[in-house]
Ligand binder design. Structure first.
Ligand SMILES: [Zn+2]
Length: 437
């Protein structure tokens, strides 16, 4: 970490709560603001004149006065090995896995390939303003080592884990219940809690794991309660029918995971679209997290996430790209597609609620809100500068926004993407590559 202090100037936007619950009291906005960062942490936030006055004389000053300064985005569900199958044509979930994903993931037996893709993936996240993600690797332990090594070299806060699969996949992508347990355990012992890294126990989903493997994953979760659990649930109707055939004794898809001890406050279930009422109740009771993956759900034709139903039941929700079933690395694009999904369900999503979800909301969903997710003294200095006038179309649109930040933020969310990210600071260091300061 760089010891030099840095002042990042801009229009500072940060959340203290969910605007759905607390309205405008849930966020603060300093139009002519600045953030003082030092040693990887946020030291002070306030009016630019005050922050500049207290900054050490040798502090670097990065002026993004026309941009919003926000916490880095957090992506709660994404697959780093799928960067070369993103945008593959014409399949729904089970065919998509077999035709594209399972072919691609075999390349990760090669550590050099793992390293090259991990580098690309992390740089692409930073280009898109994402500074923390919860990441699926492949079945190969070397894919996890490569990912964590690349994240560590960049000083990034990342969660990841080895996929566990012991059936219904190509031979070269399968472990066994015992091998999945042993390899996961060795990776946990190597990487968990090292610097800014955390481990997620990662059975891919109930179709590709036997009962024995799910139980092994549950045993790991009990043995290492500070690890996360990530998997997929209730994404696609054919998948749900397959799970019902494979686990006839279970009352529902989610019950398969419940029986294996995989529900809990550190468990993130991707998709959660076609849920029975008992499954919604089980998610809420266990404090498990449902990850809303709108671009993926639209692209694979999986269905429409019912956010209002889950919120009403008290289910914790996160937002995620699900690259490569998802079609964008950008959380802005993801939220814009999320807005459209909710519109199709007759639901609304103001920009401040979506931006909360991408920052403090996802930090809370991942139990990381004591470290990241807001622009606040003492938090880790993962910050982005978002320029609402970065393209001609955006600049033209903003002429009619009258300087109202809520109007600007909604238009930025609806029209923005990685181009709007002027800079991404990871632990206080500029990482976007472009206009590196
Ligand atoms: Zn996924």
């Amino acid at each position: 970490m760089n010891g030099t202090a840095r002042v990042i100037r801009g229009r500072v936007l940060s959340f203290t709560d969910d605007p759905a619950d607390s309205g405008s009291r849930a966020y603060s906005f300093i139009d002519n603001g600045a953030v003082l960062v030092n040693g990887g942490l946020i030291e002070a936030v306030g009016e630019a004149r005050d922050i500049l006055a207290r900054a050490p004389p040798d502090a670097l000053v990065n002026d993004h006065s026309d941009s919003f300064i926000m916490p880095g985005f957090i992506d709660a569900h994404v697959h780093y090995p799928q960067t070369q199958v993103i945008g593959s044509y014409g399949a729904q979930l089970l065919d998509w896995l077999h035709n594209y994903t399972f072919v691609e993931e075999q390349k990760f037996a090669d550590p050099a390939h793992c390293a090259r893709v991990a580098d690309f993936f992390l740089d692409e996240l930073f280009r898109s303003g994402t500074t923390t993600a919860m990441v699926y690797c492949t079945v190969h332990p070397q894919s996890v080592d490569a990912f964590f090594a690349a994240a560590e070299a960049r000083g990034a806060r990342m969660i990841a884990g080895k996929v566990m699969m012991d059936r219904d996949a190509p031979e070269r992508l399968m472990d066994t219940a015992q091998r999945g347990y042993d390899e996961s355990k060795a990776l946990i012992e190597r990487w968990r809690g090292r610097g800014r890294l955390d481990y997620a126990i990662t059975p891919r989903f109930a179709v590709t794991s036997t009962q024995a493997q799910l139980e092994a994953a549950g045993a790991l979760a009990r043995e290492f309660p500070d690890c996360y659990v990530q998997t997929h649930a209730n994404e696609n109707k054919a998948e749900i029918a397959r799970v019902a055939t494979l686990f006839p004794e279970a009352r529902s898809y989610l019950d398969v995971y419940a029986r294996a001890g995989l529900l809990g406050p550190r468990s993130v279930f991707g998709h959660c679209i076609h849920l029975q009422d008992s499954e919604v109740a089980a998610l809420a009771e266990s404090r498990s997290v449902a990850a809303f993956c709108p671009t993926s759900n639209l692209f694979l034709g999986s269905g429409l996430f019912d956010q209002a139903r889950l919120i009403k039941a008290g289910v914790r929700i996160a937002l995620a790209t699900d690259v490569g079933g998802g079609t964008s690395y950008s959380m802005l694009r993801t939220a814009a597609e999320g807005y459209k999904v909710l519109q199709l369900n007759g639901q609304s999503w103001p920009a401040v609620q979506a931006l909360y979800r991408m920052t403090l909301g996802n930090a809370r969903a991942l139990s990381l809100d004591d470290r990241i997710g807001s622009v606040e003294a003492g938090k880790e200095a993962d910050l982005i500068a978002l320029d609402p006038r970065v393209t001609p179309a955006l600049a033209h649109r903003m002429e009619a926004a009258g300087g109202d930040p809520e109007v600007e933020l909604f238009a930025l969310l609806a029209l923005g993407d990685d181009r709007a990210v002027r800079q991404t600071y990871v632990a206080g260091e500029p990482r976007k590559g472009l206009d590196r300061l």
